[in-house]
Design a protein around this ligand. Sequence first.
Ligand code: HAM
Length: 435
Amino acid sequence: MTKKFSAPRGTTDILPDGVPAWQNLEETARRILKTYHYQEIRTPIFEDINLFVRSLGEATDVVNKQLFGVKSHEIETAEQAAMPAEYHPYALRPEGTASVVRSYLENSLDSKDQLSKLFYIGPMFRGERPQKGRLRQFHQIGVEAIGPNNTSPYLDAEILALAMHLLKDFGVQGVKLKINSLGSKEDKKIISSLLREQFAKYKEALCEDCQSRFERNVFRVLDCKNEACRKVVNIAMGTDVHLPLSVESLQYFNNVQSALKDLGIPYQVSRHLVRGLDYYTHTVFEITAEGLGSQDAVGAGGRYDGLIHELGGSPKIDYGAIGFALGIERILLSKGNIIQSPHRLNAFVVSVQPYEAFQLVHQLRQADISADMSFSPGSFKSQMGRANKLNTDYALILGEEELKNKTVAVKDMRNSTQEAVPLNNIIDYLRRALR
Ligand code: HAM
């Protein structure tokens, strides 16, 4: 037998039975995003590879191990990622923030001197080791608010309120919000050297990954799950509730927290929360849900004010930017396999005369009435059986008698009543009946 193909590792097909759940989620998202005044943006699914290297950071796992190069092959090392552009000039997008900032600047959205409130829904690609809730092609609902002079704690609170509102209306249970502040760009540099100093004494006790993180990105040691590393972090960090921030950064973080309290949004401060992408400063957050096992983050985000200059924003403008992304697969997984009612069909035409059936089906569709028929030869009985299975409102029967009298026998599939309707009146009849 000829070999069948399988979907690539870490990807899934969303079959027709599963699609209504996705559509419901997307419709709910669009409705809520509109009330917060966010507008949709659509960017390509691949970009210049250096956009991701520069935005997310060369030392991050996403760039270092997980980028899918478009031209040649999956990129495995930082050296390959840093290779000349001709080698693999593009990569599939591993996330949406870098692309949105690229588009924001390329299309001069900053010239409008106002906050751009943008959202996107679409696939992202990371060459991770697949497991429950961790895929190589997954989908995000992402939100980015970018603009001049908008570093306001109220905007941070709006973004968090929006993320929580979306998850509530999606019906996700056991949602927990963890927040932290990484401080300004300058704070981050100071904290990095402080952390290095603290961890230096215990370097040998850290796991292999953290020993290399120690040099490249010491922040990541803070959120390592390894038992030994957690111990080192607890000893080195003592009882401080957050990272050693400057007075201004701490004030900003306190203001964000007051705004959250005013809105009645429960949260927890976690000093270990640092996130895996380099572009964050100040507020960072992660949202988890119950029932997901180890991959329980349904969403995450934070401020990335510095990224806009990093990607070529005008030095004269003081940009602020904050956003988040929610993982659609994890949201659906957390809700369990809820079977949604399949699409209803308004009419199924039953006839042993395919020509007449086909004409009627076409007429109905032109009048916006969903209709179908059987394309394989079959008895009245088998066609009626199919109409039943398809969750159809009406079976339209064109038997010999009906064809002779130019009528249709309309059978209401919900209560099994039947009525003869003149063929030239069928559209009006169904429109009224379906109202
Ligand atoms: P992230 O934390 O890398 O952030 O991803 C956000 C969410 O996407 C995660 O919380 C998770 O639900 C989902 N996700 C990530 N990787 C996978 C995967 N391999 N399989 C399934 N789901 C996954 C970002 O992507 C940032 N761009 C968020 C952001 C927007 N920050 C500011 N603006």
